[in-house]
Design a protein around this ligand. Structure first.
Ligand code: FAD
Length: 428
């Protein structure tokens, strides 16, 4: 019988536990969660910096956030987000959804809250593969080490800010903030704010803060210029090349005076609790060696849920978990480590040939369907319907070109392949 440790009670950890609890041969499922609440990213707090226990605040959620994908593709395959009029939901509704998912699937009672995982390493001298997991009870300050047979790493990857190397940033006299610490627009009242990066958070926040700022300068290198209509106090610039005093200088040679540099430059994968003997290396945001972005090839009894991005997140978590638990219960056999390494190296080469950088090692986007199909076919489990990737594409395009109103669109899934969208009262 197997004992399983799940690190983190965000959407990925909850999904892992939901399946593990009904997997034959699994006798114990411990979900170790450092905070006092489930939901991870979706938990809003006004606090930034460190929490009462001295741990970095995990969530990057801001007060006004509404999902950037419609709820129709944000549920789990066996547990959709409940029906409601709107497609794009506030964060608190997603949090309530995760609570419901956890409660209904009997997961909540397996979560050990306020347990901070500090160290995971393969047990010395054990006959088979056994893991030592050391974690601290934040309420009592007492640390314990427990043995497990499997590890599910579900600690999220939107919590450790990536700070780009912009010449002059360290000397900049104004404020520098990362989107991880953004909560409400008022902090930028009357300021000239340089927003670096136009991912979902960068665009959303740049747009939101125009209501209080003197000026917003959105610097980005999007291949396609957004067609959205922005307020007059928001201008676009290419990549920033350097800061001199309070002047930002851009790739086209133009300059702007700024009071605040707001970095919406993404996050780093970070597994501070993995001992080096776990064999996982993160370099330039590439986590390796992982088979199918999921299985630790050096120690296949450890898996990582949720590493790929630009995906239908909760659905992908579910498919990754189903894949992995099927390997645990013997429905199929993982390839040998040598074969897994070979496949990972081939995938890396194939991505490089298509122009992907190392930093984009886990980016899916157009590769999503192929990735989902490869997991489903190898594990002989049900694939995700193609309609979800189609809606994701549609919603992302509307986000780029119609930021002001795309969240009023309402989606309806017709079948596994087709959907309709009602925009401005018109069926499209
Ligand atoms: P998390 O939600 O980050 O959960 C990880 C959990 O692990 C946390 O509870 C944390 O406390 C715990 N943990 C970490 N380290 C330890 C440790 N050492 N010991 C114990 N516990 C630990 N996705 C979408 O699909 N649609 C959206 O609209 C969307 N909007 C987003 C908006 C923002 C601002 C951000 C930051 C992300 C958004 N995402 C969105 C992505 C979102 O993060 C994922 O969809 C998903 O919720 C991530 O779940 P997770 O379980 O992987 O990680």
């Amino acid at each position: 019988m197997s004992r399983v440790c799940v690190v983190g009670a965000g959407a990925a950890g909850l999904c892992a536990a939901r399946h593990l609890l009904v997997t034959p041969g699994v006798s114990q499922v411990d979900i170790l969660e450092q905070s006092g609440q489930l939901g991870g990213t979706w938990v809003y707090t006004e606090n930034v910096g460190y929490d009462d226990f001295g741990l970095p605040i995990h969530t990057s959620m801001y007060k006004s956030l509404r999902t950037n994908l419609p709820k129709e593709i944000m549920g789990f395959p066996d547990f959709p987000v409940p029906e409601s009029e709107k497609s794009y939901l506030p964060a608190k509704d997603m949090l309530a959804f995760l609570q419901l998912y956890s409660d209904k699937n009997g997961v909540t009672e397996h979560i050990k809250f306020r347990q901070h995982v500090q160290l995971i390493k393969p047990k010395q001298g054990a006959a088979g593969e056994v893991w030592d997991v050391s974690y601290k009870d934040l309420n009592t300050g007492v640390s314990v080490t427990n043995e497990y047979d499997y590890i599910f790493v579900c600690n999220g990857h939107y919590n450790t800010p990536f700070i780009p190397n912009i010449p002059g940033l360290k000397q900049f006299k104004g404020d520098v903030m990362h989107s991880h610490d953004y909560r409400v627009p008022e902090v930028f009242d009357g300021k000239r704010v340089l927003v670096v990066g136009a991912g979902p958070s960068g665009m959303d926040i740049a747009y939101e803060i125009t209501c209080v700022t003197k000026k917003v300068i959105l610097s980005h290198h999007l291949k396609e210029q957004p067609k959205s209509v922005f307020p007059d106090n928001l201008i676009m610039k290419p990549d920033i090349t350097k800061l001199e005093g309070n002047k930002a200088i851009f790739a086209d040679g133009t300059e702007e005076d700024v009071d605040v540099v707001f970095l919406s430059t993404g996050y780093l994968y970070n597994f501070p609790f993995l001992h080096e003997s776990c064999g996982i290396v993160v370099e330039d945001n590439c986590v390796e060696p992982l088979y199918k972005h999921l299985v630790n090839i050096q120690h296949p009894t450890m898996c990582f849920i949720g590493v790929p991005y630009y995906v239908c997140a909760f659905s992908m978590f579910d498919l990754q978990v189903r894949y992995y638990v099927r390997s645990m219960s013997g429905t199929f056999k993982l390839p040998s480590p040598a074969e897994m390494i070979q496949q990972w190296e081939e995938e890396k080469q194939e991505r490089a040939d298509r122009g992907y950088t190392k930093r984009q090692a886990h980016m899916m986007g157009p590769d999503q369907e192929r990735y989902y199909a490869s997991l489903a076919s190898e594990a002989k489990t049900e694939n995700l319907p193609s309609v979800i990737t189609k809606i994701r594409e549609e919603s992302s395009a509307r986000f780029l070109h119609n930021l002001q109103s795309y969240r009023q669109d309402v989606y309806k899934i017709i079948d596994d392949d087709t959907y309709e969208v009602i925009s401005n009262g018109k069926r499209e």
